[in-house]
Design a protein around this ligand. Structure first.
Ligand code: M6R
Length: 611
C-alpha cells in the first residue's frame, strides 16, 4: 500500500518527510520519492527500491526547502521503476503530486491529453492528475485541484504542491485515508497516523470528498464544493505499533476488515455495466473463441481460491477446468491441450512451486495468466497476461484479503470470457456484474452490522478453542470455501481441522463424529442445499455440534444446527466472497482465545520461495 507524507513549517522538509515514510514502511512499497518546493522551483528525488536508495540520493544532494511531499509506492499501474515512482510533475515542473489509490478513468484522460500533444514520463495513473492540475491552474492551487478531481473517478488520496505557492500544500481525500497533524507553527500530512507520531499527537482525520489547504499556520478544510467543514481534532494515545495496526490487535484482523476496500479496488475501472476491462490482459477474441481448457495452479490459500475458480469457471463457461496443486503438477507429465489457458494464482508471485508449475504449462503451449498481488513479481515476468489483485500489502502470514481479491479477479475473467464466447447473455451478464458491484458494501455490512459476525465468531471461538478436531463441510463452491476456512483455522490456532465435500462424510469420516464433535458447514448453494442438509442430519444424529454459514434469509438452516453465522444474500455464484469472512474471523478468534501469536504462526513463512 502506498504511503504519503507531507510537511510545511520552519524546519527543512526532506528529513521530516523521509522519517515519516520510514514510519510507513511496514505497509510495503517498491519505490519512494520526495518533492520539495523552494525559491520558485520544485526539486524531486525519487528511486525504485527501498528507502535506503532514496536516502542515498538525498545524502548526495538534499533539496532545500520548508515545504514538501513524499511517497512510498506499491505499484498498481506500471512496474516499480524510477520513472513510475512518485512524486510526479507536469511538463513545466511547477507542480508536483503524490497519490494513493486508483484513478479509474485514467486511460481515457491520458488519451485525451495525448491527443492534445501531451507526453507522459511514466506509466502511472497519477501523472494524468498533475497534467490536469497544471492545465486548470489560474493562480489558486486549491481551485485547480477542485477542477481536476471533478474529471477523475476512482478511490484515491492526493497531495500537491506548486512552486507558484510555496507556503501551501493541498490534499484531497476520495475514499483513501489522509490525516493531518498539528505542531507548533508547522503542519504535517500523512496517509497513516504512524507517520505523524514522532511529531504530534494532535490529529485531524479527513473524510471522503474533503479538500484541505495546508500551511504552517494551520488548515482550511472544505468539502469539494467549497462548503466549510469544522471537525474536532483527536488526541492520539496509540503507540507506533498500535498505530501501524490501525488500532486492531493484529494485522490479520486489520486485513480482514480491509476486505470491503479490497473488493472495491479489485473492481475499480474494470467493470462498465457488464463490460470487463482487464488492463494487463492482451489475449484477443480469436483466443477467447478457441479456448478449450482452463488450468488453475497454485498453493495454499491461493489454491483454495482456485478451487472456487474451477467450480465457477467451469459452471459458467462450460469449458473443462482443472485445478491442480502446483507442487503436484510440476512433477507430473501433464497433457496440455493446444488452446488452453492457465491461471497461476499467487499472492506473492514468488512461490517456487507455483512458478515451476506455471512455467511447465507455459512451455507446453498454454497461455499463462498470472493472478497476483505484487506488480513485477517473478510470476509476472514470464506470464502472457496479468490480473493484479490490488489487495495491498498483506502482512499477516495467514492470507485473508488476498484470497477475496483472487476470487474477484477470477469472476472478472469469467465474466469477460462468458460474454465474448456468447455463453452469458446480456441479462445474465448484467445480473452477475450488478451482484459483483454490490459485494463491497455487502462485505462492509457483514463486518460492521450490530450484534454482528465479529461478536458471534468471538463467542463461538470460546467454545471451539479447547477442541482437538474440527470438521468443515460443504458442496461445490461451499466446499471450496470450507477448504480455506479449515486452513485458516489450523494454521493459526494449531488445532487439527479437515475440510471435505459434505457427501464424502459417510465414506469414512463419519466414524469420527461423536457427541460434541464440532462440524462447520457452509450451505449457500441452492442446487445442493437439501443434500447438504442431509449430511447435517447425519452428523447431528451422531451428536455433532454444528455451526453453519448461511444466508440471512435462510430460515430452514437453524432446524439442523446449533449456531448460524449469517451472511447477506447474493447470487450463489458469488457467495464465497461473503461466506469466507465469518470463517476468517472464527479462525482469528479461536487463535486469540488460545493466546497464540496469530500474525506469525510457528513454522510458516509468508512466501515459500524454496521447494
Ligand atoms: O504467495 P502465494 O499466494 O503463492 O502463497 C501461497 C501459500 O503459501 C499461502 O497462501 C499460504 O497457504 C498462506 N499461509 C495461507 O494463509
Amino acid at each position: 500500500m502506498c504511503g504519503i507524507m507531507g510537511y510545511v513549517g520552519p524546519r527543512p522538509a526532506s528529513p521530516i518527510i523521509l522519517q515519516g515514510l520510514e514510519r510507513l514502511e511496514y505497509r510495503g512499497y517498491d519505490s519512494a520519492g520526495v518533492a520539495v518546493a523552494d525559491g520558485g522551483v520544485i526539486e524531486i528525488r525519487k528511486s525504485a527500491g527501498k528507502l535506503d536508495r532514496l536516502r542515498q540520493k538525498l545524502d548526495e544532494s538534499e533539496p532545500a526547502g520548508h515545504i514538501g511531499i513524499g511517497h512510498t509506492r506499491w505499484a498498481t499501474h506500471g512496474p516499480p521503476t524510477d520513472e513510475n515512482a512518485h512524486p510526479h510533475t507536469d511538463p513545466t515542473e511547477k507542480f508536483a503530486i503524490v497519490h494513493n489509490g486508483i484513478i479509474e478513468n485514467y486511460f481515457e484522460l491520458r488519451e485525451e491529453l495525448r491527443a492534445s500533444g501531451r507526453e507522459f514520463a511514466s506509466d502511472t495513473d497519477t501523472e494524468v492528475l498533475v497534467h490536469l492540475i497544471a492545465d486548470e491552474y489560474d493562480g489558486d492551487l486549491a481551485e485547480a485541484i477542485r477542477a481536476a478531481v471533478k474529471r477523475a473517478t476512482g478511490a484515491y488520496a492526493l497531495v500537491a504542491v506548486t512552486a507558484h505557492e510555496p507556503d501551501t500544500m493541498v490534499a484531497v481525500r476520495m475514499i483513501r485515508p489522509l490525516v493531518i497533524g498539528f505542531g507548533q507553527g508547522e503542519t504535517f500530512l500523512a496517509s497513516g497516523i504512524p507517520a505523524l507520531l514522532d511529531h504530534t499527537r494532535d490529529v485531524l482525520v479527513m473524510e471522503d470528498g474533503e479538500l484541505a489547504t495546508i500551511s504552517a499556520a494551520g488548515i482550511i478544510l472544505e468539502k469539494l464544493d467549497g462548503t466549510p467543514v469544522e471537525r474536532d481534532h483527536l488526541d492520539i494515545d496509540w503507540d507506533v505499533e498500535q498505530a501501524e495496526k490501525g488500532g486492531y490487535a493484529h494485522f490479520m484482523l486489520k486485513e480482514i476488515f480491509e476486505q470491503p476496500r479490497v473488493v472495491a479496488d479489485s473492481l475499480l475501472g474494470r467493470l462498465d455495466g457488464s463490460a470487463v476491462t482487464l488492463e494487463d490482459v492482451k489475449w484477443d477474441s480469436d483466443f477467447e473463441q478457441s479456448l478449450e481448457k482452463i488450468w488453475i495452479t497454485a498453493c495454499g490459500t491461493a489454491f483454495h481460491a482456485g478451487l472456487a475458480g474451477k467450480e465457477m469457471l467451469e459452471g459458467l463457461l462450460r469449458i473443462p477446468t482443472e485445478a491442480v496443486y502446483a507442487h503436484e503438477l510440476r512433477y507430473r507429465d501433464p497433457i496440455v491441450e493446444p488452446n488452453s489457458l492457465t491461471l497461476a494464482i499467487s499472492q506473492s508471485g514468488e512461490t517456487a512451486d507455483t512458478l515451476a508449475a506455471a512455467r511447465l504449462l507455459h512451455e507446453r503451449g498454454s497461455r499463462l495468466v498470472a493472478i497476483t498481488n505484487v506488480v513485477g513479481s517473478a510470476l509476472t515476468h514470464y506470464s502472457d497476461d496479468v490480473v493484479y489483485t490490488r489487495a495491498g500489502l498483506e502482512i499477516s502470514v495467514a492470507s485473508t484479503k488476498a484470497y477475496t481479491a483472487m476470487l474477484v479477479a477470477q469472476y472478472l475473467v469469467a465474466l469477460r470470457l462468458g460474454q465474448s464466447r456468447g455463453v452469458l447473455d446480456t441479462a445474465r451478464a448484467s445480473e452477475v456484474a450488478a451482484a459483483l458491484e454490490a459485494l463491497p458494501s455487502q462485505v462492509e455490512s457483514l463486518l460492521t452490522r450490530e450484534a454482528g459476525i465479529d461478536e458471534m465468531s468471538r463467542y463461538l471461538a470460546t467454545q471451539l478453542s479447547d477442541e482437538n478436531d474440527i470438521y468443515f463441510i460443504g458442496r461445490g463452491l461451499d466446499y471450496a470455501v470450507a477448504t480455506e476456512g479449515s486452513l485458516k483455522l489450523k494454521e493459526i490456532s494449531y488445532l487439527h481441522s479437515e475440510a471435505m465435500p459434505a457427501g464424502e462424510l459417510k465414506h469414512g469420516t463419519l466414524a469420527l463424529i461423536t457427541q460434541g464433535t464440532p462440524v462447520i458447514v457452509v450451505n449457500t448453494q441452492a442446487h445442493v442445499y437439501d443434500k447438504t442438509i442431509s449430511a447435517l442430519q447425519e452428523v447431528k444424529a451422531r451428536g455433532a455440534s454444528v455451526i453453519a454459514v448461511a444466508y440471512d434469509d435462510d430460515s430452514e438452516i437453524e432446524h439442523y444446527t446449533d449456531h448460524v453465522l449469517r451472511i447477506p444474500r447474493t447470487m450463489d455464484l458469488l457467495s464465497p466472497v461473503l461466506s469466507i469472512v465469518p470463517l476468517q474471523l472464527l479462525a482469528y478468534h479461536v487463535a486469540d482465545a488460545r493466546g497464540l501469536e496469530i500474525d506469525q504462526p510457528r513454522n510458516l513463512a509468508k512466501s515459500v520461495t524454496v521447494e
